[in-house]
Design a protein around this ligand. Structure first.
Ligand SMILES: C[S@@+](CC[C@H](N)C(=O)[O-])C[C@H]1O[C@@H](n2cnc3c(N)ncnc32)[C@H](O)[C@@H]1O
Length: 210
């Protein structure tokens, strides 16, 4: 059986995450980039087993993922701390959610071909309140990265690991306010992440002066 298929099991995925230091990765990611506020409404796209909930304050949380097994694991572990739904990122999902302060897509974009990645940005924009943010993190190719990081990215289950410019091109096709950060200190192993923060304009940002 291939590593990719083995990792599809929720228990194995979680054990692998612990091994590479994913808990610390998530904590730093939340502190530095997500910066959630108590009471925020949070939509987590491709939430997996919803491990991020351990690093969030008291928020209203909705997560969806195409894997029934991950959603069942999230329900068992977190119960009433959130709503967990089976759902796939695609055009049909756009507009199904709205009124969120934060949309997260943690480690999801690199699983999606360009068309579905654009659907993810579009559904996130529709789901956000004005001034709300979509925050994403994914593995990323950069020219100067270590051979170990590059090897790990090539072996990733996601078949659409990109370079910074390619992720940015997709994000700016939908959002006008995008900040991209490249970092290599989130995991215990050599690895390069790209974090995108995409803000939906406030109504005042778009209003014309008459
Ligand atoms: C690397 S895992 C990340 C899971 C979780 N966000 C986390 O940080 O632990 C990628 C997740 O994206 C989900 N996924 C991939 N393609 C998807 C799609 N088209 N629609 C919904 N979920 C998807 C997978 O099932 C998997 O749970």
């Amino acid at each position: 059986m291939k590593l990719r298929n083995i990792l599809a099991h929720a228990g194995v995925y979680e054990a692998f995450q612990r091994l590479v230091g994913a808990e610390r990765e998530r904590r730093l990611y939340v502190e530095r980039y997500v910066r959630p506020q108590v009471g925020d409404r949070v939509l987590d796209v491709g939430c997996g087993p919803a491990d991020i909930l351990d690093s969030l304050p008291s928020v209203t949380y909705v997560g969806f993922d195409m894997s029934l097994e991950y959603i069942q694991s999230a329900r068992r572990r977190f119960g009433s701390r959130g709503e967990f739904e089976v759902g796939t990122v695609n055009q049909a999902m756009i507009g199904k959610h709205n009124g969120f302060d934060l949309v997260l897509a943690n480690g999801v974009l690199h699983h999606l071909p360009d068309e579905d990645a654009t659907a993810l940005f579009t559904l996130a924009k529709a789901a956000l309140k004005p001034g709300g943010r979509l925050v994403t993190f994914d593995g990323c190719y950069v020219e100067s990265q270590s051979s170990i990081a590059r090897f790990l990215l090539k072996k990733d289950r996601g078949e659409h690991v990109r370079d910074k410019e390619s992720y940015l091109r997709l994000a700016t096709g939908v959002f006008s306010d995008v900040t991209a950060s490249v970092t290599d200190d989130l995991l215990r192993v050599p690895y390069t992440h790209l974090i995108l923060e995409c803000r939906r304009e406030r109504l005042s940002d778009t209003s014309q002066t008459l």
